[in-house]
Each structure stands twice: as structure tokens, then as C-alpha cells.
Write a protein that binds this ligand. Structure first.
Ligand code: GLU
Length: 331
């Protein structure tokens, strides 16, 4: 486990689910870590619904995720109110902020319009490693921004050369040369949709988030987000904790199981919220054993540990759920 020292101040944390399906155990694990960190430091736990990518949004998913969080005992201090229309904590309602941020980046000369098609990019671009995203070759970087577009313009960030380095609370030091690994990346797509990378940075800054806890799959996105946070100035960017995967007893990635690892399915199978919280808290090093626990029971011990100046140690390796718990997962 990596040791991470945190400032002894109230921490604002967030959980930012995309409403594209059921809440899975892997997401509960990051939500639980975020929640307890906020509660143990007297900070605030913010929930934000990342519903920008309209075609991927599954109707009813946001409500179901929020209901599952409540059932698990992970109540939020700021976020959507159940039953209310989408509002300030839904990205779909925050376009004005993203528009303003984009205008500031443009005014600083940091953006340019791009009318490359995917196929055109694929023809010239190279992927640094198999399965990774294509590196944008900068085709439109030097073109006249006022030209007539061949298709609706996307907006890209001009990425300066050089490495971006930060220390992750769980993964340790991480370095990425964004210009080489990603290239000038998209901030707004040709269809007008704001990119996740822009929205997440604008929101984490606007919501004054101190610590972002999320899945390790997003670790390679963080250098992009740090570049954007720097370019947008303002408050300091958050610290990051990228938690490894939660896997089944057999090492199989739980998020890949469509049903068995969904909180909905566990609820229907009669698994109690305390059983889920207890197993995951043990994996996070927040409980001495995987016995069932109410989320509230985790708060005071963590407060005491932080008050004693103990550094937090987050797991670096995938967490295989205890056998007794795995046995209760529906097939
Ligand atoms: N909305 C993203 C997801 O559900 C998480 C984004 C983040 O935590 O930065 O995968």
C-alpha cells in the first residue's frame, strides 16, 4: 500500500458516476473511500452525475445509482435530490461553465478548431501501445482557424511538449508526456458535446474538490486534467487517489460481470448493505476484518487515525473480495 499524507483539514471529495448502467462494486469501493474521507475530516461528500454523453445515458440509471448509494448508507452533503429534475449537480445542466472555460482557453490562444474525421486521424496517427488511443498528429494545429470547416469543428487543446508528473495517493509517482502519448486532445466534439476531460476539470475546480478518489482506469487521464487545471488557473487542482480494481475470488474483474457485481443484483439476492460495506472497507484498510459493518462505523476510527498523524495507505493491488462474500454474489 502506498502511504499518502493528507492535510489535516476538512476535505471535500466527490463521486462522479456516469449514468450508463447499474452501480457496480468497483464504483462502490471508490464512493466508499471518498465518502469516509469527507466524513472523517468533517469535509463534504459531493455527488455529481456525469451525463454529458447523451447517447450513452441509460434512462433511470442516475436515480438507481443514487438510490443504491443511499441504501448503502453513503449519503451526500451536496448533490442531486432524489425525485428532482436534473440540476446543478448534473453535467448536462452545466454547459454555461464549460462554455466559459473554453472561451478562456481560446482567449489564451490554447485551443484550435479541428475538422479531421476519425478515419483521417487513423490514417496518419500512431497508437503508442496496442489498444491505446490514437495520438492526434496535430494536422489542424497550424491551419487558418477561420477557414470554412469541412465538417463541424471540434475544439482541441494545444498541448505543450514535456512531461507531466504527479504523485498518486495509491499508485505513487506517475509521469506522462501528454504531447507524445495523447497529443492535442478534444475539449468539445464536433457535435457540440463537451469532452469528459474538460467537464471534469471545470467541475472539480468549481466544486473545490480537495481529493479525487476514482478507479485506476482513469490514471492515464490525470496528466491531461492537470494540464487543463493549470491552463484554467484558479484554485489548486485536487490530489488524486486511483484505486485498483475490485476482483472476484477468481481474480476476474467484477466490473466485467454484467449482473453479479451490480448492487441491484446483490440487493435482490438478499445481500445486506453492511455486508458490502464491510467487505470493501476491509479491502481499503479501513476495517480490521471483512465482517459486516455500517458505513458510519468507519468514520470515528479514521478520524482517530488521521488525528494521530497516521498517513493513509491505499491499496496498490487489485482487491479480491473475501471468499465468504464472493460466495454470496449472484451468478
Ligand atoms: N464519470 C466517470 C465514470 O463513471 C468518472 C469520472 C471521474 O471520476 O473523474 O467513469
Amino acid at each position: 500500500m502506498a502511504a499518502a499524507s493528507l492535510p489535516p483539514t476538512p476535505l471535500r471529495t466527490r463521486f462522479a458516476p456516469s449514468p450508463t448502467g447499474d452501480l457496480h462494486l468497483g464504483s462502490v469501493w471508490v464512493a466508499l473511500a471518498s465518502w469516509v474521507l469527507a466524513r472523517a475530516t468533517g469535509g463534504a461528500f459531493v455527488v455529481r452525475v456525469e451525463d454529458l454523453d447523451r447517447p450513452r445515458v441509460v434512462p433511470g440509471s442516475a436515480e438507481s445509482i443514487l438510490d443504491d448509494l443511499t441504501w448503502l448508507g453513503l449519503r451526500w452533503d451536496e448533490g442531486p435530490r432524489p425525485g428532482e429534475a436534473p440540476g446543478a449537480h448534473h453535467q448536462s445542466q452545466r454547459h454555461e461553465l464549460y462554455t466559459r472555460a473554453l472561451a478562456r482557453l481560446a482567449a489564451a490562444g490554447l485551443t484550435y478548431p479541428c475538422d479531421c474525421s476519425r478515419a483521417e486521424i487513423a490514417r496518419v496517427a500512431s497508437a503508442p501501445h496496442a489498444g491505446e488511443e490514437l495520438v492526434y498528429p496535430g494536422t489542424c494545429r497550424g491551419k487558418d482557424p477561420h477557414r470554412a470547416p469541412r465538417r463541424p469543428f471540434a475544439t482541441r487543446l494545444r498541448v505543450s511538449p514535456g512531461e507531466v508528473t504527479f504523485t498518486d495517493g495509491a499508485a505513487g509517482p506517475f509521469t506522462q508526456n501528454v504531447a507524445e502519448v495523447v497529443g492535442d486532445f478534444v475539449l468539445r466534439r464536433g457535435d457540440g458535446t463537451f469532452a469528459y476531460q474538460l467537464a471534469v476539470v471545470v467541475d472539480d475546480l468549481a466544486m473545490a474538490i480537495d481529493v479525487v478518489v476514482r478507479g485506476a482506469d482513469l490514471l492515464p487521464s490525470t496528466p491531461r486534467q492537470l494540464l487543463l487545471a493549470r491552463a484554467l488557473g484558479g484554485a489548486a487542482p485536487p490530489r488524486y487517489v486511483h484505486l485498483p480494481l475490485v476482483v472476484g475470488g477468481d481474480g476476474e474483474r467484477l466490473a466485467h460481470r454484467t449482473q453479479g457485481a451490480a448492487v441491484r443484483a446483490l440487493r435482490s439476492a438478499g445481500v445486506e448493505p453492511e455486508a458490502i460495506v464491510g467487505a470493501l472497507a476491509f479491502g481499503l484498510g479501513l476495517a480490521p476484518d471483512p465482517a459486516p459493518r455500517h458505513a458510519e462505523e468507519l468514520v470515528a476510527p479514521l478520524t482517530a487515525r488521521l488525528a494521530a498523524g497516521e498517513p493513509l495507505r491505499w491499496p496498490e493491488e487489485p482487491f479480491a473480495v473475501p471468499a465468504a462474500f464472493a460466495a454470496r454474489l449472484p451468478p
